[in-house]
Design a protein around this ligand. Structure first.
Ligand code: G4P
Ligand code: NA
Ligand code: NA
Length: 191
């Protein structure tokens, strides 16, 4: 997506060879117009797939996911992160390990908001190693619903999340795919 690549080039700050800061439009301040274009792009990619729900993980996935849900005219559910909770039978809970932040957290969704037979589109802001997406997919499958695909705003293609998810059989659609992050610049995967 050209507008997204331009925005990343103009406003992205390379913090290291693995971390990109995009807090001016995605992770802190939010460019709502760009999020709407992103939502329409995911909606167009999944038109005809019978999507009944969009699922993301709080907090930074919510902006692109809510726009996708609006464009598809379906509800958005965001999984909540919690520090180890007592098991509750009204929740689906999965453990997700973040290599980037080196923390384990539990992500939870109320059973009320995910039913068997649903076709779910997962949306997230970043894809690194794929752990968050795998966690959401496990919850969807535990509920007897199916994963239609995974829509990612910024994929770091030099980390292995996209490869792992595709090997596991999931469809992955990333709007920006970064091949190199360096202080000299940001390179995108040639399409
Ligand atoms: P993974 O799910 O693909 O394995 O990724 P990982 O656990 O490594 O990511 C952990 C957190 O770090 C996620 O945010 C993710 O969006 C974020 N993240 C990963 N790489 C980058 C990066 O290069 N730049 C930025 N800005 N964020 C990155 P989170 O902990 O879920 O927090 P939130 O922002 O959603 O609140
Ligand atoms: Na994030
Ligand atoms: Na995220």
């Amino acid at each position: 997506m050209k507008a997204l690549q331009d925005k990343i080039r103009e406003e992205g700050i390379v913090l290291s060879d693995t971390v990109l800061k995009v807090d001016s439009f995605l992770n802190h301040q939010v460019d709502a117009q760009l999020m709407w274009e992103i939502g329409q792009c995911f909606a167009a990619a999944y038109e005809g797939e019978g999507i009944t729900k969009v699922l993301t993980l709080e907090s930074s996935g919510i902006a692109p996911a809510v726009m996708t849900a609006l464009a598809l005219q379906v509800p958005l559910v965001f999984a909540r992160k919690q520090k180890s909770l007592t098991l509750r039978d009204d929740l689906y809970v999965e453990e997700v390990y973040s290599f980037t932040k080196q923390v384990k957290s539990e992500v939870a969704i109320s059973r009320k908001f995910l039913s068997s037979g649903e076709r779910v589109l997962i949306i997230d802001d970043f894809l690194a190693y794929g752990e968050a997406a795998f966690g959401m997919a496990r919850i969807i499958e535990t509920a007897g619903a199916s994963v239609a695909g995974i829509g990612i705003v910024i994929e770091k293609s030099f980390q292995n999340g996209a490869d792992r998810l595709k090997e596991a059989g999931y469809r992955v659609d990333s709007l920006a795919r970064i091949s190199v992050l360096s202080p000299d610049g940001i390179q995108f995967v040639e399409e």
